[in-house]
Design a protein. Structure first.
Length: 500
C-alpha cells in the first residue's frame, strides 16, 4: 500500500481534501513509494488561520517558555536524527552520512534558538534629556512562512522555523513536494516537545499553495531557498503584497587555485565540494579556476580521486554518492555533459552512462569533469545542480578574480593558497556573500548568517544568525518621561522629600 503524506495543521495531521496528490519516488529504484497531498487555497487558509489564532498567545509567551520548548525539541531531534536521516535518504537519495550531516547542521540553528533570549535583548539610554529615557525593543511579526527546496528537506526548514518560533512568531512551512516526510516528522517532534497547537504548521503542494502564502494578508514575512528565477518571483510577488522577504537563489560557486596551493588538498576539496550530495546543493563548487601552469596537474589529481568515488543506493554504507532526485533532473544534468564537447570543453570524465547493477531504474548519473571550459559554455553559465565540475584556466590572479566577479551569481567562493596576502586581497575583492580560504564550502556556523550577493539573494536579510533575528522581529523605540515622585500633588505622600 502506498504511503500518503498529509498536512499538519493546528497541532495534528490534516488529511488532504483537494483530491490532488503528487508522487514521491525512491531515487535509487525509480519506484513511487509515497503520495503527498497538495493543498488547495482553502487548506492553506486553514493553516494560516491556525497560526494566526496561536499567535495571540504565543506572541505574548515568555522567553523562558519558548526556550524551554526549544531545548526539549533539540533533545528529541538529536535522539531521532538517525530516523530523520533515513527518511531523507529514502526520498532524496543522498547517502546516510550526508543526511546525518544535514540534520547536524540544522541542529546548529536549533542551538541558536535555544539561546535566543540573548539576541532579543533591547537597549536603554537613560537621561537623554531631563528625566527622559529611550529604550529599543524587538517584537515578533506574527504569522511567517517558509518555502523550502528538495535538496535539504530537514536542514533548510531548520534554518527558518527555530529562529522564527523562538522570536515569538508562528510558522507555516511549504516544503518540497519531492521529499516531504522529514517535515512531518519534525512537526511531530515539535508537538512532543510541548509546542502549542498552531505554532508550527505544514502544507504541501505546488504553485497553488505557494501563491496563496505570498498573497495571504495574514502572512507577514516569507523565507525562501531555491533557484534564482523562483527566488526573484517570490521576492517580487511577496513584496508587492506588503511582506518582508528573504529569498535565497541559485549559485555558481568558484574555487580559485593559485600556483602556490597544496594541490593535493585542493583536489580533495574540489572532489568533495563538487560531487558531495551528488552536487545537489547551492554551496557546491561547480567551477574551479586554475591559475598559471598548475591546471593540467590539478585536473589529473581531481580525475584520479573522482574515479574512486563509490556510487550506489543511499542506504548502502559503502556508497559515497547516491542518485539524483528525479529522472527528469538526471536527464537535464546529463544534457550539459552531452553538449559540452561541441561548446569547446574537454570532457575528462563523462558520467552520463552510469548505472548501478540491480537498480537500473534509479536516477543514476556518474561524475563528470570538464576541462578548459569556455566562459560562454552552457555548462559554465547555468547552475547545473548535479555532479558536473567545470575547470577554467586563468593566467593570473587578477584574471581569475575578474572571471569570478563577472558571474551573475555571488553565493559562495573559495581560494586555495599558502599566501596570506593573496587570501586577504581575495576576501576583500571578490563579489560574493560567503568566502572560504582553503575551505571549499564556506557555510557559516549558526551564529553567523548565510547568504549571497547579486542574483543569489533577493531581499535585505541573510538567513539565520543575527540577520535571522532581525528578519523575524521588528524594532520599536520607546521614549519615556516620568515626573519625579517629589512633584506629586499635595496630599499624596510617597515618602520623598519635597525640598529638591
Amino acid at each position: 500500500m502506498t504511503k500518503i503524506v498529509n498536512h499538519w495543521i493546528g497541532g495534528k495531521t490534516a488529511e488532504g481534501t483537494s483530491g490532488t496528490y503528487g508522487p514521491v519516488t525512491d531515487p535509487a529504484t525509480g519506484e513511487v513509494t509515497t503520495k503527498v497531498a497538495f493543498a488547495s487555497v482553502e487548506e492553506v487558509d486553514a493553516a494560516v488561520a491556525a497560526a494566526q489564532d496561536a499567535f495571540a498567545t504565543w506572541g505574548q509567551s515568555s522567553l523562558a517558555q519558548r526556550t524551554t520548548i526549544m531545548f526539549r525539541f533539540r533533545a528529541l531531534l538529536d535522539a531521532h536524527r538517525d530516523e530523520i536521516a533515513a527518511l531523507i535518504t529514502a526520498e532524496h537519495g543522498k547517502v546516510h552520512s550526508d543526511a546525518l550531516g544535514e540534520v547536524a547542521r540544522g541542529l546548529e540553528i536549533v542551538d541558536l534558538a535555544c539561546g535566543i533570549n540573548v539576541q532579543l535583548k533591547g537597549e536603554l539610554s537613560t537621561q537623554v534629556a531631563s528625566r527622559v529615557d529611550v529604550s529599543s525593543i524587538r517584537q515578533p511579526l506574527g504569522v511567517v512562512a517558509g518555502i523550502t527546496p528538495f535538496n535539504f528537506p530537514a536542514m533548510v526548514p531548520m534554518w527558518m522555523f527555530p529562529m522564527a518560533i523562538a522570536c515569538g512568531n508562528t510558522f507555516v512551512l511549504k516544503p518540497s513536494e519531492k521529499d516531504p516526510s522529514a517535515s512531518i516528522r519534525i512537526a511531530e517532534l515539535l508537538a512532543e516537545a510541548g509546542l502549542p497547537d498552531g505554532v508550527f504548521n505544514v502544507v504541501h503542494g505546488d504553485k497553488v499553495a505557494v501563491d496563496r502564502l505570498l498573497e495571504h494578508p495574514d502572512v507577514k514575512a516569507v523565507s525562501f531557498v531555491g533557484s534564482t528565477p523562483i527566488a526573484r518571483y517570490i521576492h517580487t510577488t511577496a513584496s508587492a503584497n506588503g511582506k518582508r522577504v528573504q529569498a535565497l537563489g541559485g549559485a555558481k560557486n568558484h574555487m580559485l587555485v593559485l600556483p602556490d596551493a597544496d594541490l593535493d588538498a585542493a583536489a580533495d576539496a574540489a572532489v568533495s565540494a563538487a560531487y558531495g550530495s551528488a552536487g545537489e546543493r547551492c554551496m557546491a563548487i561547480s567551477a574551479v579556476v586554475a591559475v598559471g601552469a598548475i591546471g593540467d596537474t590539478l585536473v589529473e589529481k581531481i580525475r584520479e580521486r573522482a574515479e574512486k568515488i563509490k556510487i550506489g543506493p543511499g542506504n548502502d554504507p559503502a556508497s559515497e554518492m547516491g542518485p539524483l532526485i528525479t529522472k527528469a533532473h538526471r536527464d537535464k544534468v546529463a544534457s550539459y555533459v552531452e553538449g559540452a564537447a561541441a561548446e569547446g570543453c574537454e570532457v575528462v570524465l563523462d558520467g552520463t552512462g552510469y548505472t548501478v547493477e540491480g537498480f537500473e531504474d534509479g536516477h543514476w548519473i556518474g561524475l563528470s569533469l570538464l576541462d578548459k571550459v569556455p566562459a560562454g559554455a552552457k555548462a559554465y553559465q547555468d547552475e547545473i545542480f548535479g555532479p558536473v565540475l567545470c575547470v577554467l584556466r586563468a593566467d593570473t590572479y587578477e584574471e581569475g578574480v575578474a572571471l569570478i566577479n563577472a558571474s551573475p551569481f555571488g553565493n559562495g567562493t573559495a581560494i586555495f593558497t599558502r599566501d596570506g596576502g593573496a587570501a586577504r586581497r581575495f576576501q576583500l575583492e571578490i563579489e560574493a556573500g560567503m568566502v572560504g580560504v582553503n575551505v571549499p564550502i564556506p557555510v557559516p556556523v549558526g551564529y553567523h548568517s548565510f547568504g549571497g550577493w547579486k542574483d543569489s539573494l533577493f531581499g535585505d536579510h541573510h538567513i539565520y544568525g543575527n540577520d535571522g533575528t532581525h528578519f523575524y522581529t521588528r524594532g520599536k523605540v520607546v521614549t519615556t518621561r516620568w515626573p519625579d515622585p517629589a512633584d506629586a500633588p499635595a496630599g499624596v505622600d510617597l515618602g520623598f522629600p519635597r525640598n529638591h
